[in-house]
Design a protein around this ligand. Structure first.
Ligand code: NCD
Ligand code: ZN
Length: 457
């Protein structure tokens, strides 16, 4: 009797990049997990994948996507959005709750799980919403595996109403009791509406009016208020898409005073500045807006210092017709990005703006740790075998027509790239190779590890 091979397959010769180093190593996979990492692993009788000359990264964890189910599937759905993720080396996405209807009750959370669970090509977590009156629903959503709760302090896509401060505080308390993160869209809604009304009354309709209607202090005010409240409520707080130099400085000041908060910057806020309004118009309308170059530089400096915790995409699809809307007040905020994040960041790495280790830290390791995804974000024995094979030297030009979203309109079309995603593996299964998404949807729900005393209640 022959003994069964100890591994399902071994990837040989790759340079394995982690959040803090890189080494040439083999990785062995068994039953969807990484079984061993080491130099020259025994491969007798075992299938091998030769990855000599390539980088092997843990699959990216994109903390901020809008896959539009339920209610807006003309823009994107779980199948198309997660196919795009697979093609972009993203093996886990966390989907936002600003759908129609919003995911703001346990019942809606359960319905959403039923709706999406068989359609996902990558693993997924779901956020619930922190609504204007739903603190009593937070525990129920937590029981169903909510990754955290999204709080929209400023108006954006969807039917959600921005909660007042009392409602926010009750929601923060409920999230703290559930030991889950609250992720916030930090813009002051009253001020946004006032500035928007003024600009509309003055007859402005051009794309730049969106930037002028959302000045930086609107972000600073919301950041200060929510950090103050979250500290008081004892809530784990994350600020999504922080976009300004002064907003970043305020976070640093608050941290210096002892407040604990993690921050995210978007790929879009790192790669586009306000000059892009002239070229792309309302396609790049985004909440918070694409900012002047000084803000973009400040965010890159924050990354270089280690002050930024996470990079995400805010993959926010709309139809091609909606993206072509000329009137800024009728246009939607957001555009696709889950498939272009890694190629753009690899290109930035080739230009020396950050390292590939930084990419792993910001887009995989830290999101997995912050949201307590026990099996994600590392290439180490016992972790899920989610990984990406990357050719760091492949030169190409980004062609939006090849993207996998329902509407593949991208401001990055035509951009030169250095570095390409060759293959993506999800729990040991090849799900993307050389331009094609492979196999049936095999994504599973990812749930966070919560403190035992919370779950026992
Ligand atoms: C997002 C969307 O369209 O869902 N839009 C955006 O401009 N960022 C919502 C959001 O994250 O605010
Ligand atoms: Zn937002």
């Amino acid at each position: 009797m022959s003994t069964p091979a100890p591994f399902d397959f071994v990837v040989t010769g790759a340079t394995v990049v982690s959040h803090d180093d890189r080494r040439q190593q083999d990785i062995a996979v068994r039953d969807g997990r990484i079984a061993a990492v080491g130099e020259q692993l025994a491969t007798d009788g075992v299938r091998t994948v030769d990855a000599t000359g390539l980088l092997l990264l843990p699959g990216l964890v994109d903390m901020h996507v809008h896959l539009r189910e339920p209610g807006m599937t003309e823009k994107e759905d779980f199948a198309s959005g997660t196919r795009a993720a697979a093609a972009g080396g993203v093996t886990t996405v966390v989907d936002m709750p600003n759908t129609k209807p919003p995911v703001a009750t346990a019942e809606r959370f359960r319905q959403k799980l039923d709706l999406v669970r068989d359609k996902a090509y990558v693993d997924f977590g779901l956020y619930g919403m922190l609504d204007h009156d739903n603190d009593a629903e937070i525990a129920g959503m937590a029981e169903l595996g909510a990754m955290g709760f999204k709080l929209f302090m400023g108006q954006t896509t969807g039917d959600n109403r921005c909660p007042n401060d009392a409602a926010i505080f009750r929601g923060l308390e409920a999230a703290a009791a559930a030991d889950l993160v609250v992720g916030v869209h930090a813009e002051n809604d009253h001020l946004l509406r006032m500035f928007g009304d003024r600009l509309r009354a003055s007859g402005r309709k051009d794309p730049r009016a969106h930037l002028e209607g959302r000045p930086a202090f609107v972000e600073v005010e919301a950041v200060t208020r929510i950090v103050t409240m979250a500290t008081e409520a004892g809530t784990k707080l994350h600020i999504h898409h922080l976009s300004t130099a002064v907003g970043l400085q305020r976070v640093l000041d608050l941290r210096a005073q002892g407040h604990q908060v993690t921050i995210e910057t978007l790929v879009a806020h790192l790669f586009l500045d306000d000059e892009a309004y002239a070229t792309h118009g309302n396609l790049i309308k985004l909440n918070p807006p694409i900012r002047p170059a000084g803000d973009v530089e400040a965010l890159w400096a924050g990354i270089a210092r280690g002050d930024v915790d996470i990079i995400a995409t805010d993959h926010a699809p709309h139809t091609a017709a909606e993206q072509a809307e000329q009137d800024v007040w009728k246009a939607y905020g957001g555009f696709i990005g889950v498939e272009t994040m890694l190629p753009l960041l690899l290109t930035a790495a080739a230009a020396g703006k950050l390292t590939v280790e930084d990419i792993v830290r910001l887009c995989s390791y830290q999101p997995a740790r912050r949201w307590k995804m026990a099996d994600k974000g590392r290439i180490a024995a016992g972790f899920d075998a989610d990984f990406v094979l990357v050719d760091p030297t492949a030169a190409s030009v980004l062609d939006a027509a090849t993207l996998h979203s329902k509407h593949n309109v991208s401001p990055y079309h035509g951009w030169p790239l250095e570095g390409a995603v060759l293959a993506t593996y999800l729990r040991g299964q090849l799900i993307f190779e050389k331009g094609d998404v492979i196999g049936a949807p095999a994504g599973r729900q990812v749930v966070p590890v919560r403190a035992p005393h919370v779950i026992a209640q």
